[in-house]
Design a protein around this ligand. Structure first.
Ligand code: NI
Length: 174
C-alpha cells in the first residue's frame, strides 16, 4: 500500500483522454486500486480517478454510502431521463475550491468492479454526481470546464463563511 501523489489542475495528465484497461484482474491494476483508495482516504476525498494519480487509465474509486470501498474500471455511464440538478463539487486536483455544476440526476453505470467482474446498476443523487465527475476525469474534463456560472465558484473557506453569514442573517430575520 502506498499514498500516491495527486496531480493538480494544470498538469497535462488531467487533460488527456485515458486509455481502456486491458486486463482489470492484472496485479498492477489491483495494486493501483488499493493505493488509490488509500490515497483518497488520506486526502479525505469521496472519489478519485486514475489520471489524478498520473495514471492515464479508465478507472476510478469511491466509497459507497455505507463507506464500502468500490472501483469502476472502463466505466460507461448512460443518463436515465432528462432530469438534471445543480450541486456543489470539489476536486482533489483543485484543492481548496468549490463550484456548482449541473449533472444528470439519474444514470445507469456499467463496467468492471474491484475484482474485475462485470457490474451494472442504476444510481442517483450524490453517487450519480460522483460517477459523472470521476468519469469526466477519464475524458480530460475538470468540473470548472462544466460550469455555466462562474460566480458560483470559489474558495471553500469563503463559501462556508458566506453560507454561515447568510444563515445567521436569515435567523435574525425570522
Ligand atoms: Ni476530481
Amino acid at each position: 500500500m502506498a499514498i500516491l501523489k495527486i496531480a493538480r489542475m494544470g498538469h497535462p495528465v488531467l487533460l488527456r483522454e485515458a486509455d481502456l484497461v486491458a486486463d482489470a484482474t492484472a496485479p498492477e491494476i489491483r495494486r493501483l486500486i488499493v493505493d488509490m483508495l488509500e490515497t483518497m482516504d488520506d486526502a479525505s476525498g469521496i472519489g478519485l480517478a486514475a489520471p489524478q494519480v498520473h495514471v492515464p487509465l479508465r478507472l476510478f474509486v469511491w466509497r459507497g454510502p455505507g463507506g464500502e470501498p468500490a472501483a469502476l474500471v472502463n466505466p460507461v455511464l448512460t443518463p436515465m431521463g432528462e432530469e438534471t440538478e445543480p450541486g456543489w463539487e470539489g476536486c482533489l486536483s483543485i484543492p481548496g475550491l468549490r463550484g456548482q455544476v449541473t449533472r444528470w440526476k439519474r444514470l445507469r453505470f456499467e463496467g468492471l468492479d474491484i475484482n474485475g467482474d462485470p457490474v451494472a446498476g442504476e444510481t442517483e443523487g450524490l453517487m450519480a454526481r460522483v460517477m459523472q465527475h470521476e468519469t469526466d476525469h477519464l475524458d480530460g474534463i475538470l468540473y470548472p470546464m462544466r460550469m455555466e456560472d462562474l460566480s458560483r465558484f470559489g474558495f471553500t473557506e469563503e463559501l462556508s463563511r458566506a453560507a454561515a453569514a447568510a444563515a445567521a442573517q436569515k435567523e435574525t430575520q425570522s
